[in-house]
Design a protein around this ligand. Sequence first.
Ligand SMILES: [Zn+2]
Length: 267
Amino acid sequence: MRVERVEVQIGPGFIENCYILSDAADATRVTVVDPGAQVEKIRAAVGDRTVERIVLTHRHYDHVGALAQLVQATGAEVVAHTLDAQAISEPAPSRLSPARHATPTGVPVTKTVEDGDIIRVGNTQLSVLYTPGHTIGSICLYDDNDHILIAGDTLFRGAVGRTDLPTGNAAQQRESLRKLAQLPGDTKVHPGHDQDTSIGRELGYLASALEGSGNSGDPDNSEGSANLGNSASPDTSESSSGSDHLGHSDRPHDSEGLSNSNRPSNS
Ligand SMILES: [Zn+2]
């Protein structure tokens, strides 16, 4: 899987990562993930290639903001999880309303997906991982062959997706992170905001978030565990943006319940 990142500006200091996926450098057909804004910048990155599909990791306005324009320009199929599809497809309001967090676009989701579904990108394929918590219909996309994860707003470099917005759920988020922690350590993670990371790099952080027990003691986790040292200091977040960031919490290591689970459920 070939992954190209297009950083689009949602607002001052607020960047979202749109991705262009293909199976080769000379591919003529691509899949676009999360066209959040700046449709012309996305189209320029796509170039002469055909956008055959747009996948939305979840319903938030900073991930769907350029959807209508991109569909109008390309006629691409629109793919989202069943439980976020309606919120995305509702008639667009007369004025953008970031306060609602979800932005109804008026664009029909033409294909709904669920956990385990396969999305083919040329000769490569992605598995849909249902990862609710940030929103009820959040998904990640996983390339099992190349160990690549398109993570949406579920997992970031040194942070996890916030769960305090409508349909967010901290318990579901824990289950979703537990699922991601099972992926191979060398899995490259392409999040919806900020820089790339890997499952291995985040394992120490994930373990702490899931178990509430701090450092696992595994030396292989030392890099990830180093993140834990910052847990009481929101100012050290790598987030480049301010308080209206929809991706992760301003205090990503704190009190969303992620560190309070003394009895992690295996259910
Ligand atoms: Zn979001």
